[in-house]
Design a binder for this molecule. Structure first.
Ligand SMILES: *[C@@H]1O[C@H](CO)[C@@H](O)[C@H](O)[C@H]1NC(C)=O
Ligand SMILES: *[C@@H]1O[C@H](CO)[C@@H](O)[C@H](O)[C@H]1NC(C)=O
Ligand SMILES: *[C@@H]1O[C@H](CO)[C@@H](O)[C@H](O)[C@H]1NC(C)=O
Ligand SMILES: *[C@@H]1O[C@H](CO)[C@@H](O)[C@H](O)[C@H]1NC(C)=O
Ligand SMILES: *[C@@H]1O[C@H](CO)[C@@H](O)[C@H](O)[C@H]1NC(C)=O
Length: 501
Protein backbone atom coordinates (compact mmCIF):
# COMPACT_ATOMS: atom_id res chain seq x y z
CA UNK A 1 0.00 0.00 0.00
CA UNK A 2 2.65 2.46 1.11
CA UNK A 3 4.71 1.69 -1.99
CA UNK A 4 1.69 2.11 -4.27
CA UNK A 5 0.84 5.40 -2.67
CA UNK A 6 4.36 6.58 -3.22
CA UNK A 7 4.28 5.43 -6.86
CA UNK A 8 1.03 7.30 -7.39
CA UNK A 9 2.40 10.48 -5.89
CA UNK A 10 5.51 10.18 -8.09
CA UNK A 11 3.32 9.52 -11.15
CA UNK A 12 1.20 12.46 -10.15
CA UNK A 13 4.24 14.67 -9.99
CA UNK A 14 5.38 13.39 -13.36
CA UNK A 15 1.99 14.15 -14.80
CA UNK A 16 2.16 17.66 -13.39
CA UNK A 17 5.71 17.92 -14.75
CA UNK A 18 4.47 16.85 -18.20
CA UNK A 19 1.65 19.36 -17.95
CA UNK A 20 4.14 22.00 -16.99
CA UNK A 21 6.15 21.27 -20.13
CA UNK A 22 3.09 21.98 -22.19
CA UNK A 23 2.25 25.08 -20.27
CA UNK A 24 4.05 27.64 -22.54
CA UNK A 25 2.11 26.45 -25.60
CA UNK A 26 -1.11 26.70 -23.70
CA UNK A 27 -0.38 30.18 -22.47
CA UNK A 28 0.71 31.19 -25.96
CA UNK A 29 -2.62 29.99 -27.26
CA UNK A 30 -4.36 31.85 -24.49
CA UNK A 31 -2.67 35.15 -25.48
CA UNK A 32 -3.66 34.63 -29.06
CA UNK A 33 -7.22 34.27 -27.97
CA UNK A 34 -7.18 37.48 -25.94
CA UNK A 35 -5.54 39.65 -28.69
CA UNK A 36 -7.22 37.69 -31.49
CA UNK A 37 -3.86 37.66 -33.36
CA UNK A 38 -0.84 35.48 -33.08
CA UNK A 39 2.49 37.36 -33.05
CA UNK A 40 4.66 35.97 -35.74
CA UNK A 41 8.37 36.46 -36.19
CA UNK A 42 8.90 39.51 -38.44
CA UNK A 43 10.59 37.24 -41.00
CA UNK A 44 7.20 35.64 -41.60
CA UNK A 45 5.34 38.95 -41.88
CA UNK A 46 3.73 39.97 -45.14
CA UNK A 47 5.91 43.05 -45.29
CA UNK A 48 9.15 41.11 -44.99
CA UNK A 49 7.94 38.50 -47.47
CA UNK A 50 7.27 41.21 -50.01
CA UNK A 51 10.20 43.47 -49.20
CA UNK A 52 13.78 43.04 -48.11
CA UNK A 53 14.10 43.32 -44.34
CA UNK A 54 17.69 43.75 -43.38
CA UNK A 55 19.09 45.08 -40.13
CA UNK A 56 16.65 47.85 -39.42
CA UNK A 57 15.90 48.60 -43.05
CA UNK A 58 12.77 47.65 -44.96
CA UNK A 59 13.23 47.97 -48.70
CA UNK A 60 10.05 47.76 -50.76
CA UNK A 61 11.34 49.85 -53.67
CA UNK A 62 9.46 49.12 -56.91
CA UNK A 63 7.51 46.03 -55.81
CA UNK A 64 4.27 46.84 -57.64
CA UNK A 65 2.45 47.12 -54.31
CA UNK A 66 -1.09 48.32 -55.03
CA UNK A 67 -2.56 48.58 -51.52
CA UNK A 68 -0.90 50.19 -48.58
CA UNK A 69 -0.07 47.88 -45.67
CA UNK A 70 -2.72 47.54 -42.96
CA UNK A 71 -2.19 48.41 -39.34
CA UNK A 72 -1.89 44.66 -38.52
CA UNK A 73 0.72 44.13 -41.21
CA UNK A 74 2.75 46.99 -39.81
CA UNK A 75 2.41 45.56 -36.28
CA UNK A 76 4.04 42.34 -37.45
CA UNK A 77 7.36 44.08 -37.99
CA UNK A 78 7.53 45.74 -34.57
CA UNK A 79 10.29 43.32 -33.54
CA UNK A 80 12.43 44.38 -36.47
CA UNK A 81 12.59 47.89 -34.98
CA UNK A 82 12.66 49.39 -38.48
CA UNK A 83 14.47 52.74 -38.84
CA UNK A 84 14.26 53.20 -42.60
CA UNK A 85 11.32 52.14 -44.74
CA UNK A 86 11.53 52.67 -48.49
CA UNK A 87 8.19 52.21 -50.20
CA UNK A 88 9.05 54.38 -53.20
CA UNK A 89 8.01 53.53 -56.75
CA UNK A 90 4.85 51.58 -55.97
CA UNK A 91 1.21 51.97 -56.93
CA UNK A 92 -0.96 52.59 -53.88
CA UNK A 93 -3.12 55.69 -53.83
CA UNK A 94 -4.16 55.86 -50.18
CA UNK A 95 -2.05 56.04 -47.03
CA UNK A 96 -3.61 54.62 -43.89
CA UNK A 97 -2.55 54.53 -40.26
CA UNK A 98 0.84 53.00 -39.53
CA UNK A 99 1.62 51.14 -36.29
CA UNK A 100 3.76 52.40 -33.43
CA UNK A 101 7.16 51.86 -35.03
CA UNK A 102 10.62 53.32 -34.67
CA UNK A 103 10.76 54.51 -38.28
CA UNK A 104 13.02 57.56 -38.76
CA UNK A 105 13.01 57.78 -42.55
CA UNK A 106 9.85 56.95 -44.49
CA UNK A 107 10.05 57.11 -48.26
CA UNK A 108 6.68 57.26 -50.03
CA UNK A 109 8.02 58.87 -53.20
CA UNK A 110 6.58 58.00 -56.63
CA UNK A 111 3.53 56.04 -55.46
CA UNK A 112 0.57 57.86 -57.07
CA UNK A 113 -0.61 58.86 -53.59
CA UNK A 114 -3.78 60.95 -53.63
CA UNK A 115 -5.05 60.69 -50.11
CA UNK A 116 -3.51 60.46 -46.65
CA UNK A 117 -5.86 59.38 -43.88
CA UNK A 118 -5.92 61.58 -40.79
CA UNK A 119 -3.21 60.75 -38.31
CA UNK A 120 -1.55 58.17 -40.55
CA UNK A 121 1.85 58.96 -39.03
CA UNK A 122 0.56 59.61 -35.51
CA UNK A 123 2.58 56.80 -33.92
CA UNK A 124 5.80 57.43 -35.81
CA UNK A 125 7.16 59.62 -33.08
CA UNK A 126 10.73 59.13 -34.22
CA UNK A 127 10.12 60.03 -37.86
CA UNK A 128 12.58 62.71 -38.99
CA UNK A 129 12.29 62.43 -42.77
CA UNK A 130 9.11 61.97 -44.81
CA UNK A 131 9.40 61.85 -48.57
CA UNK A 132 6.07 62.34 -50.36
CA UNK A 133 7.55 63.66 -53.60
CA UNK A 134 6.26 62.74 -57.08
CA UNK A 135 2.74 61.84 -55.98
CA UNK A 136 -0.70 63.16 -56.81
CA UNK A 137 -1.46 65.20 -53.71
CA UNK A 138 -3.70 68.17 -54.39
CA UNK A 139 -4.48 71.28 -52.40
CA UNK A 140 -8.01 70.05 -51.68
CA UNK A 141 -7.12 66.56 -50.54
CA UNK A 142 -3.98 67.26 -48.53
CA UNK A 143 -5.28 68.31 -45.15
CA UNK A 144 -3.29 69.30 -42.07
CA UNK A 145 -4.89 66.30 -40.31
CA UNK A 146 -2.77 64.00 -42.46
CA UNK A 147 0.18 65.01 -40.29
CA UNK A 148 -1.60 64.86 -36.94
CA UNK A 149 0.53 63.52 -34.14
CA UNK A 150 -0.28 62.44 -30.58
CA UNK A 151 -1.72 64.63 -27.94
CA UNK A 152 0.91 66.68 -26.16
CA UNK A 153 0.20 69.10 -23.34
CA UNK A 154 2.12 72.07 -24.75
CA UNK A 155 2.01 71.57 -28.49
CA UNK A 156 -0.66 70.81 -30.98
CA UNK A 157 -0.45 67.02 -31.51
CA UNK A 158 3.05 67.25 -32.89
CA UNK A 159 5.06 64.87 -34.98
CA UNK A 160 7.80 66.03 -32.72
CA UNK A 161 10.80 64.58 -34.54
CA UNK A 162 9.89 65.72 -38.04
CA UNK A 163 12.68 67.75 -39.64
CA UNK A 164 12.57 67.09 -43.38
CA UNK A 165 9.39 67.06 -45.46
CA UNK A 166 9.42 66.56 -49.20
CA UNK A 167 6.24 67.49 -51.08
CA UNK A 168 7.96 68.15 -54.40
CA UNK A 169 6.30 67.33 -57.71
CA UNK A 170 2.73 66.99 -56.52
CA UNK A 171 -0.20 69.04 -57.71
CA UNK A 172 -0.34 71.71 -55.03
CA UNK A 173 -1.26 75.19 -56.26
CA UNK A 174 -1.60 76.52 -52.74
CA UNK A 175 -1.00 75.24 -49.22
CA UNK A 176 -3.52 74.98 -46.40
CA UNK A 177 -2.43 77.66 -43.96
CA UNK A 178 -2.31 75.12 -41.11
CA UNK A 179 -0.58 72.41 -43.13
CA UNK A 180 2.54 72.41 -40.97
CA UNK A 181 0.92 72.99 -37.58
CA UNK A 182 1.93 69.51 -36.42
CA UNK A 183 5.58 69.92 -37.43
CA UNK A 184 6.74 72.97 -35.55
CA UNK A 185 10.41 71.98 -35.78
CA UNK A 186 10.57 71.43 -39.53
CA UNK A 187 13.95 72.44 -40.95
CA UNK A 188 13.73 71.38 -44.58
CA UNK A 189 10.81 71.75 -46.95
CA UNK A 190 10.75 70.92 -50.63
CA UNK A 191 7.83 72.26 -52.65
CA UNK A 192 9.57 72.13 -56.03
CA UNK A 193 7.59 71.23 -59.09
CA UNK A 194 4.21 72.25 -57.70
CA UNK A 195 2.21 74.74 -59.81
CA UNK A 196 2.07 77.42 -57.13
CA UNK A 197 2.26 80.23 -59.74
CA UNK A 198 1.83 82.88 -57.07
CA UNK A 199 2.45 82.60 -53.38
CA UNK A 200 -1.00 83.45 -52.07
CA UNK A 201 -1.84 84.54 -48.57
CA UNK A 202 -2.59 81.08 -47.15
CA UNK A 203 0.63 79.62 -48.56
CA UNK A 204 2.50 82.55 -47.06
CA UNK A 205 0.88 81.88 -43.67
CA UNK A 206 1.79 78.18 -43.92
CA UNK A 207 5.47 78.96 -44.63
CA UNK A 208 5.45 81.60 -41.93
CA UNK A 209 4.51 78.96 -39.37
CA UNK A 210 7.95 77.38 -39.75
CA UNK A 211 10.34 79.44 -37.66
CA UNK A 212 13.09 76.81 -37.74
CA UNK A 213 13.17 76.40 -41.50
CA UNK A 214 16.72 76.21 -42.85
CA UNK A 215 16.22 74.82 -46.35
CA UNK A 216 13.42 75.82 -48.69
CA UNK A 217 13.22 74.53 -52.24
CA UNK A 218 10.84 76.18 -54.67
CA UNK A 219 12.30 75.04 -57.97
CA UNK A 220 9.94 74.99 -60.97
CA UNK A 221 6.94 76.49 -59.19
CA UNK A 222 6.07 78.99 -61.96
CA UNK A 223 6.62 81.86 -59.53
CA UNK A 224 6.81 85.33 -61.02
CA UNK A 225 7.47 87.10 -57.74
CA UNK A 226 8.34 86.56 -54.12
CA UNK A 227 5.83 88.49 -52.02
CA UNK A 228 6.99 90.70 -49.20
CA UNK A 229 6.93 89.14 -45.71
CA UNK A 230 7.46 85.71 -47.28
CA UNK A 231 10.93 85.29 -45.78
CA UNK A 232 10.29 87.24 -42.63
CA UNK A 233 9.47 84.40 -40.20
CA UNK A 234 11.95 81.72 -41.26
CA UNK A 235 14.80 83.85 -40.10
CA UNK A 236 17.32 81.01 -39.93
CA UNK A 237 16.88 80.20 -43.60
CA UNK A 238 20.25 79.16 -45.03
CA UNK A 239 19.45 77.55 -48.34
CA UNK A 240 16.93 78.82 -50.89
CA UNK A 241 16.33 77.34 -54.31
CA UNK A 242 14.26 79.53 -56.62
CA UNK A 243 15.53 78.07 -59.87
CA UNK A 244 13.41 77.59 -62.97
CA UNK A 245 10.75 80.11 -62.08
CA UNK A 246 9.50 83.23 -63.87
CA UNK A 247 11.26 85.85 -61.79
CA UNK A 248 12.24 88.88 -63.86
CA UNK A 249 14.16 90.68 -61.12
CA UNK A 250 16.31 89.74 -58.14
CA UNK A 251 13.59 89.49 -55.46
CA UNK A 252 13.79 92.35 -52.99
CA UNK A 253 12.34 90.13 -50.29
CA UNK A 254 15.74 88.39 -50.16
CA UNK A 255 16.90 91.14 -47.85
CA UNK A 256 14.85 89.48 -45.10
CA UNK A 257 16.93 86.31 -45.42
CA UNK A 258 19.81 87.51 -43.30
CA UNK A 259 21.23 84.04 -42.68
CA UNK A 260 21.18 82.88 -46.28
CA UNK A 261 24.28 80.89 -47.26
CA UNK A 262 23.17 79.35 -50.56
CA UNK A 263 20.96 80.91 -53.23
CA UNK A 264 19.97 79.43 -56.56
CA UNK A 265 18.38 81.70 -59.18
CA UNK A 266 19.17 79.58 -62.23
CA UNK A 267 16.78 79.57 -65.17
CA UNK A 268 14.88 82.74 -64.38
CA UNK A 269 14.14 85.37 -67.06
CA UNK A 270 16.08 88.15 -65.35
CA UNK A 271 17.53 90.52 -67.97
CA UNK A 272 19.46 93.14 -66.08
CA UNK A 273 20.89 93.39 -62.59
CA UNK A 274 21.60 97.00 -61.80
CA UNK A 275 22.27 98.40 -58.35
CA UNK A 276 21.10 101.86 -59.41
CA UNK A 277 17.86 100.78 -61.01
CA UNK A 278 14.46 100.69 -59.31
CA UNK A 279 13.07 98.23 -61.79
CA UNK A 280 15.99 95.78 -61.97
CA UNK A 281 17.64 96.10 -58.59
CA UNK A 282 20.94 94.54 -57.60
CA UNK A 283 21.29 92.09 -54.72
CA UNK A 284 20.44 93.32 -51.25
CA UNK A 285 23.05 92.92 -48.56
CA UNK A 286 23.31 89.21 -47.82
CA UNK A 287 26.39 89.23 -45.72
CA UNK A 288 26.49 85.48 -45.05
CA UNK A 289 25.85 84.30 -48.59
CA UNK A 290 28.63 81.97 -49.74
CA UNK A 291 27.26 80.44 -52.90
CA UNK A 292 25.29 82.03 -55.72
CA UNK A 293 23.99 80.31 -58.85
CA UNK A 294 22.83 82.33 -61.85
CA UNK A 295 23.14 79.94 -64.77
CA UNK A 296 21.06 79.08 -67.82
CA UNK A 297 19.42 82.46 -67.87
CA UNK A 298 18.81 83.06 -71.56
CA UNK A 299 17.69 86.67 -71.06
CA UNK A 300 20.43 87.90 -68.74
CA UNK A 301 22.31 90.64 -70.62
CA UNK A 302 24.02 92.83 -68.11
CA UNK A 303 25.32 92.86 -64.55
CA UNK A 304 26.09 96.41 -63.57
CA UNK A 305 28.39 98.11 -61.07
CA UNK A 306 27.76 97.12 -57.42
CA UNK A 307 25.08 94.66 -58.56
CA UNK A 308 26.71 91.91 -56.48
CA UNK A 309 28.42 94.14 -53.93
CA UNK A 310 25.98 93.15 -51.17
CA UNK A 311 27.38 89.62 -51.26
CA UNK A 312 30.41 90.41 -49.19
CA UNK A 313 31.20 86.81 -48.20
CA UNK A 314 30.50 85.10 -51.48
CA UNK A 315 32.98 82.30 -52.17
CA UNK A 316 31.38 80.39 -55.01
CA UNK A 317 30.04 82.33 -57.95
CA UNK A 318 28.34 80.35 -60.71
CA UNK A 319 27.45 82.64 -63.63
CA UNK A 320 27.60 80.30 -66.61
CA UNK A 321 25.61 79.34 -69.71
CA UNK A 322 24.00 82.75 -70.08
CA UNK A 323 24.22 83.16 -73.87
CA UNK A 324 23.21 86.86 -73.87
CA UNK A 325 25.37 87.98 -70.98
CA UNK A 326 27.66 90.47 -72.69
CA UNK A 327 28.33 92.88 -69.88
CA UNK A 328 29.77 92.15 -66.46
CA UNK A 329 30.84 95.38 -64.88
CA UNK A 330 34.44 95.44 -63.57
CA UNK A 331 33.01 96.77 -60.28
CA UNK A 332 30.10 94.32 -60.07
CA UNK A 333 31.49 92.83 -56.86
CA UNK A 334 33.31 95.84 -55.48
CA UNK A 335 31.75 97.60 -52.54
CA UNK A 336 32.87 101.06 -51.58
CA UNK A 337 34.04 101.43 -48.00
CA UNK A 338 32.35 103.84 -45.60
CA UNK A 339 34.25 106.83 -46.90
CA UNK A 340 33.60 105.79 -50.47
CA UNK A 341 37.21 106.18 -51.51
CA UNK A 342 38.46 102.63 -51.67
CA UNK A 343 36.76 99.36 -52.42
CA UNK A 344 36.47 95.96 -50.77
CA UNK A 345 35.98 92.73 -52.64
CA UNK A 346 34.74 89.36 -51.42
CA UNK A 347 37.42 86.66 -51.36
CA UNK A 348 36.02 84.48 -54.11
CA UNK A 349 37.34 80.91 -54.17
CA UNK A 350 35.40 79.50 -57.08
CA UNK A 351 34.52 81.56 -60.16
CA UNK A 352 32.57 80.10 -63.07
CA UNK A 353 31.91 82.34 -66.06
CA UNK A 354 31.73 79.62 -68.66
CA UNK A 355 29.75 79.86 -71.92
CA UNK A 356 28.54 83.43 -71.65
CA UNK A 357 28.82 86.18 -74.30
CA UNK A 358 31.65 88.04 -72.57
CA UNK A 359 34.38 89.64 -74.65
CA UNK A 360 36.65 89.98 -71.65
CA UNK A 361 37.15 89.24 -67.99
CA UNK A 362 38.22 92.43 -66.30
CA UNK A 363 41.13 92.27 -63.91
CA UNK A 364 39.25 94.54 -61.49
CA UNK A 365 36.40 92.03 -61.05
CA UNK A 366 38.29 90.36 -58.17
CA UNK A 367 41.00 91.74 -55.94
CA UNK A 368 42.90 88.50 -55.44
CA UNK A 369 42.91 86.25 -58.48
CA UNK A 370 45.68 84.23 -56.87
CA UNK A 371 43.32 83.07 -54.10
CA UNK A 372 41.01 81.30 -56.52
CA UNK A 373 40.79 77.56 -55.98
CA UNK A 374 38.67 76.81 -59.03
CA UNK A 375 38.05 78.95 -62.07
CA UNK A 376 36.45 78.38 -65.45
CA UNK A 377 35.95 81.25 -67.90
CA UNK A 378 36.02 79.13 -71.04
CA UNK A 379 33.81 79.34 -74.10
CA UNK A 380 33.33 83.10 -74.33
CA UNK A 381 33.90 85.20 -77.49
CA UNK A 382 37.01 86.89 -76.13
CA UNK A 383 38.47 90.00 -77.66
CA UNK A 384 42.22 89.53 -77.83
CA UNK A 385 43.95 92.88 -77.81
CA UNK A 386 46.03 94.90 -75.40
CA UNK A 387 43.04 95.34 -73.04
CA UNK A 388 42.91 91.60 -72.39
CA UNK A 389 46.68 91.10 -72.28
CA UNK A 390 46.36 90.43 -68.54
CA UNK A 391 44.17 87.42 -69.29
CA UNK A 392 46.99 85.94 -71.34
CA UNK A 393 49.73 86.90 -68.91
CA UNK A 394 48.02 86.35 -65.53
CA UNK A 395 44.65 84.62 -65.83
CA UNK A 396 45.59 81.85 -68.26
CA UNK A 397 48.36 80.48 -66.00
CA UNK A 398 46.03 80.71 -62.96
CA UNK A 399 43.36 78.80 -64.88
CA UNK A 400 45.90 76.13 -65.80
CA UNK A 401 47.26 75.80 -62.28
CA UNK A 402 43.75 75.31 -60.85
CA UNK A 403 43.18 72.26 -62.99
CA UNK A 404 41.05 73.99 -65.63
CA UNK A 405 41.90 74.26 -69.29
CA UNK A 406 43.16 77.57 -70.72
CA UNK A 407 43.06 75.91 -74.12
CA UNK A 408 39.32 76.54 -73.96
CA UNK A 409 39.85 80.31 -73.59
CA UNK A 410 39.69 81.14 -77.26
CA UNK A 411 39.96 84.48 -79.08
CA UNK A 412 37.03 85.51 -81.24
CA UNK A 413 38.03 89.06 -82.17
CA UNK A 414 39.92 90.72 -83.84
CA UNK A 415 39.71 88.58 -86.91
CA UNK A 416 43.41 87.88 -87.21
CA UNK A 417 43.42 86.49 -83.64
CA UNK A 418 40.34 84.30 -84.08
CA UNK A 419 40.94 80.74 -82.96
CA UNK A 420 44.08 81.48 -80.97
CA UNK A 421 43.91 80.10 -77.45
CA UNK A 422 45.03 82.13 -74.49
CA UNK A 423 47.21 79.25 -73.44
CA UNK A 424 49.13 79.34 -76.72
CA UNK A 425 49.39 83.12 -76.56
CA UNK A 426 50.76 82.79 -73.05
CA UNK A 427 53.22 80.07 -74.00
CA UNK A 428 54.52 82.13 -76.91
CA UNK A 429 54.75 85.32 -74.78
CA UNK A 430 52.57 87.12 -77.29
CA UNK A 431 52.00 90.85 -76.88
CA UNK A 432 48.68 91.80 -78.39
CA UNK A 433 47.96 94.97 -80.37
CA UNK A 434 45.57 97.68 -79.34
CA UNK A 435 42.40 98.19 -81.28
CA UNK A 436 41.63 101.92 -81.61
CA UNK A 437 38.82 103.46 -79.69
CA UNK A 438 36.50 103.51 -82.69
CA UNK A 439 36.71 99.74 -82.80
CA UNK A 440 38.64 99.79 -86.08
CA UNK A 441 40.30 96.52 -86.66
CA UNK A 442 44.01 96.58 -87.41
CA UNK A 443 43.59 93.93 -90.08
CA UNK A 444 41.52 96.42 -92.06
CA UNK A 445 44.17 99.14 -91.84
CA UNK A 446 45.85 97.88 -95.03
CA UNK A 447 42.64 98.12 -96.99
CA UNK A 448 41.87 101.53 -95.55
CA UNK A 449 45.35 102.77 -96.49
CA UNK A 450 45.06 101.48 -100.05
CA UNK A 451 41.61 103.01 -100.38
CA UNK A 452 42.87 106.35 -99.15
CA UNK A 453 45.80 106.24 -101.60
CA UNK A 454 43.57 105.49 -104.57
CA UNK A 455 41.20 108.19 -103.41
CA UNK A 456 44.00 110.77 -103.24
CA UNK A 457 45.40 109.73 -106.59
CA UNK A 458 42.00 110.09 -108.24
CA UNK A 459 41.09 113.22 -106.34
CA UNK A 460 44.04 115.30 -107.58
CA UNK A 461 43.19 115.30 -111.34
CA UNK A 462 39.47 115.61 -110.62
CA UNK A 463 40.02 118.60 -108.39
CA UNK A 464 42.32 120.21 -110.94
CA UNK A 465 39.75 119.77 -113.72
CA UNK A 466 36.98 121.17 -111.51
CA UNK A 467 39.15 124.17 -110.61
CA UNK A 468 39.78 124.82 -114.24
CA UNK A 469 36.09 124.62 -115.15
CA UNK A 470 35.17 126.86 -112.24
CA UNK A 471 37.72 129.48 -113.21
CA UNK A 472 36.21 129.45 -116.63
CA UNK A 473 32.82 130.20 -115.09
CA UNK A 474 31.09 126.97 -115.97
CA UNK A 475 29.40 126.86 -112.53
CA UNK A 476 27.95 130.34 -112.75
CA UNK A 477 24.44 128.90 -112.94
CA UNK A 478 25.02 127.46 -109.47
CA UNK A 479 25.74 130.92 -108.13
CA UNK A 480 29.43 130.18 -108.06
CA UNK A 481 30.96 133.23 -109.67
CA UNK A 482 34.42 132.93 -111.09
CA UNK A 483 37.08 135.45 -109.93
CA UNK A 484 36.49 138.93 -111.45
CA UNK A 485 39.53 138.99 -113.70
CA UNK A 486 38.46 135.77 -115.31
CA UNK A 487 34.99 137.11 -116.16
CA UNK A 488 36.54 140.28 -117.49
CA UNK A 489 38.80 138.27 -119.66
CA UNK A 490 35.77 136.24 -120.72
CA UNK A 491 33.65 139.21 -121.67
CA UNK A 492 36.55 140.96 -123.35
CA UNK A 493 36.38 138.34 -125.94
CA UNK A 494 32.67 139.14 -126.48
CA UNK A 495 31.61 141.57 -129.28
CA UNK A 496 32.95 145.03 -128.24
CA UNK A 497 29.78 147.11 -127.82
CA UNK A 498 30.97 148.40 -124.37
CA UNK A 499 27.56 147.96 -122.74
CA UNK A 500 29.13 146.25 -119.79
CA UNK A 501 31.81 148.89 -119.35
C1 LIG B 1 4.96 23.64 -28.07
O1 LIG B 1 5.59 24.54 -29.00
C2 LIG B 1 6.80 24.08 -29.56
C3 LIG B 1 7.42 25.19 -30.42
O2 LIG B 1 6.62 26.31 -30.49
C4 LIG B 1 6.51 22.82 -30.38
O3 LIG B 1 7.73 22.32 -30.91
C5 LIG B 1 5.87 21.79 -29.48
O4 LIG B 1 5.48 20.66 -30.26
C6 LIG B 1 4.61 22.37 -28.81
N1 LIG B 1 4.06 21.37 -27.87
C7 LIG B 1 2.81 21.03 -27.88
C8 LIG B 1 2.41 20.06 -26.84
O5 LIG B 1 2.03 21.51 -28.68
C1 LIG C 1 -8.98 56.22 -50.78
O1 LIG C 1 -9.59 57.08 -49.88
C2 LIG C 1 -10.70 57.79 -50.38
C3 LIG C 1 -11.15 58.80 -49.37
O2 LIG C 1 -11.33 58.20 -48.14
C4 LIG C 1 -11.79 56.79 -50.76
O3 LIG C 1 -12.89 57.48 -51.30
C5 LIG C 1 -11.22 55.82 -51.77
O4 LIG C 1 -12.17 54.83 -52.05
C6 LIG C 1 -9.97 55.17 -51.26
N1 LIG C 1 -9.37 54.39 -52.32
C7 LIG C 1 -8.88 53.18 -52.12
C8 LIG C 1 -8.29 52.49 -53.31
O5 LIG C 1 -8.92 52.65 -51.03
C1 LIG D 1 13.13 58.05 -51.88
O1 LIG D 1 13.18 57.26 -53.04
C2 LIG D 1 13.45 57.94 -54.22
C3 LIG D 1 13.28 57.02 -55.41
O2 LIG D 1 13.57 55.72 -55.09
C4 LIG D 1 14.83 58.53 -54.12
O3 LIG D 1 15.16 59.24 -55.29
C5 LIG D 1 14.87 59.46 -52.92
O4 LIG D 1 16.16 59.99 -52.75
C6 LIG D 1 14.44 58.75 -51.65
N1 LIG D 1 14.30 59.73 -50.60
C7 LIG D 1 14.96 59.67 -49.44
C8 LIG D 1 14.66 60.71 -48.44
O5 LIG D 1 15.76 58.79 -49.21
C1 LIG E 1 26.77 88.77 -77.96
O1 LIG E 1 27.42 90.02 -77.94
C2 LIG E 1 27.50 90.68 -79.19
C3 LIG E 1 28.24 91.99 -78.99
O2 LIG E 1 29.33 91.82 -78.16
C4 LIG E 1 26.12 90.94 -79.74
O3 LIG E 1 26.22 91.50 -81.02
C5 LIG E 1 25.36 89.63 -79.82
O4 LIG E 1 24.03 89.87 -80.22
C6 LIG E 1 25.35 88.95 -78.46
N1 LIG E 1 24.72 87.66 -78.55
C7 LIG E 1 23.59 87.36 -77.90
C8 LIG E 1 23.05 86.01 -78.08
O5 LIG E 1 23.05 88.17 -77.19
C1 LIG F 1 42.00 71.01 -72.93
O1 LIG F 1 41.05 71.11 -73.98
C2 LIG F 1 41.57 70.71 -75.24
C3 LIG F 1 40.52 71.02 -76.30
O2 LIG F 1 39.28 70.49 -75.95
C4 LIG F 1 41.96 69.24 -75.18
O3 LIG F 1 42.48 68.83 -76.42
C5 LIG F 1 42.99 69.05 -74.08
O4 LIG F 1 43.28 67.68 -73.92
C6 LIG F 1 42.47 69.61 -72.75
N1 LIG F 1 43.55 69.56 -71.79
C7 LIG F 1 43.36 69.15 -70.54
C8 LIG F 1 44.54 69.20 -69.65
O5 LIG F 1 42.28 68.78 -70.14
Amino acid sequence: MGVRMLACVILGFLAVAINCDEAPNITADATTITTTRKPIPYQDSNICKLCKCEDTKVNCYDQSITTFFTLNEWEDIIDLKPSTVDLSENRFTNITVIADLTIEVLNLSRCSIEFIQSGSFRDLQEMRVLDLSHNKLTTDKLSPHAFEGRFAPEEYEPLASMRILNLAYNDLHSLNQDLFEHMPELEELDLSGNPLTTIDHVTLVAISSLPMLKVLRLRSCELDEIPSKFLHTPRFLENLDLSDNKLTIVPRELEEAKDLIYLNLNQNPIEVIDFYSEDNPGFPRLHKLQELHMCNMPKLRSIGPKALAGLESVEKLHISFNPSLSYLDPKALARPDDIGESFDWPLVKELYLKSNNLTEVDTRLLSRWDLLEKVDVSDNPFLCDCSTQWMVDVLAPIVESKGSNATLMVCQEPIEMRGHTMKDLHDSHRTMRCVDKYGHRPEKDGAILLGTLIGVLLAVPIMLSLMLLWRRGYFAWLGLRPPADVSRAFYKRAPADDILY
